[in-house]
Design a protein. Structure first.
Length: 240
């Protein structure tokens, strides 16, 4: 098989993850669809300039994710794509390229602002049963973590708070999309810059969101969320 697009020699750092990522890119860049045969392990090893053992490990990872399947005596084939696997591959690509492209995180944050501001509007207008008590409980926990200055736990719980709004939409596509968006946010921050909104402002915004939702004021809740995520966006834009 001739050289394929999306193939570049790999660095040795975190080789297992990079090999898996590179093979995912081969699937996407060459528009391989369900039933298409993958290059042989020997061919992948030659093009990626890594050992066949690393290729085998990457193939096993992709099989476990459901992206490819091995057919005895025939080779490895692309399986029917599922949204979660597609999104995971796309987001993985963002993480690998972010250090050179800050605009990816800017776009990500803008996308998150669009999704969350509309979602909180819908939830505030018609909160599902049990949502408000759960939302209130998370805010109480956040307040406790802030008092203890337990920032790591606070940030994880903050993600849970925002995810609870998306979960309340009961929109399966949106829930799947948002999961990968937040996963990417965490991974980008851990690999690059630590961008944090002011803690006091963040706490106040959470309580204002709760008040707006309790009052069934969708527009107010939306405005608070837009401002809330806008602070993070401003810090990214101003980061040097």
């Amino acid at each position: 098989m001739n050289n394929m697009r999306g193939v570049t020699p790999l660095k040795k750092r975190k080789l297992a993850d990079e090999v898996t990522h590179a093979i995912e890119n081969i699937i996407i860049d060459n528009n391989l669809g369900p039933g298409d045969k993958m290059p042989s392990q020997a061919e992948l090893s030659r093009q990626l300039q890594v050992g066949t053992r690393s290729i085998r490990e990457a193939i096993r990872t992709l099989i476990s994710r459901g992206m490819v399947e091995s057919r005895q005596g025939k080779g490895v084939f692309v399986k029917e794509n599922k949204m979660d696997y597609f999104m995971e591959t796309l987001m993985g690509s963002f993480v690998f390229h972010f250090p050179e492209q800050k605009d990816l995180l800017i776009d990500l944050t803008k996308t998150r602002r669009i999704i969350e501001s509309q979602s909180i509007y819908d939830v505030a207008v018609d909160p599902p049963k049990g949502f408000i008590p759960r939302f209130s409980s998370i805010i109480e926990e956040l307040d406790e973590k802030a008092e203890q200055m337990n920032i790591d736990d606070y940030n994880l719980l903050d993600m849970e708070l925002h995810r609870s709004i998306i979960d309340a939409s009961n929109n399966k596509i949106l829930i799947s999309l948002y999961k990968h968006l937040t996963d990417l946010m965490v991974r980008c921050f851990s690999k690059t810059i630590q961008i944090r909104s002011g803690l006091e402002t963040s706490i106040n915004d959470h309580h204002k969101m709760l008040e707006a939702i309790t009052a069934r004021d969708g527009q107010k809740a939306k405005e608070i969320m837009e401002k809330h995520i806008g602070m993070t966006l401003d810090k990214i834009l101003n980061y040097q």
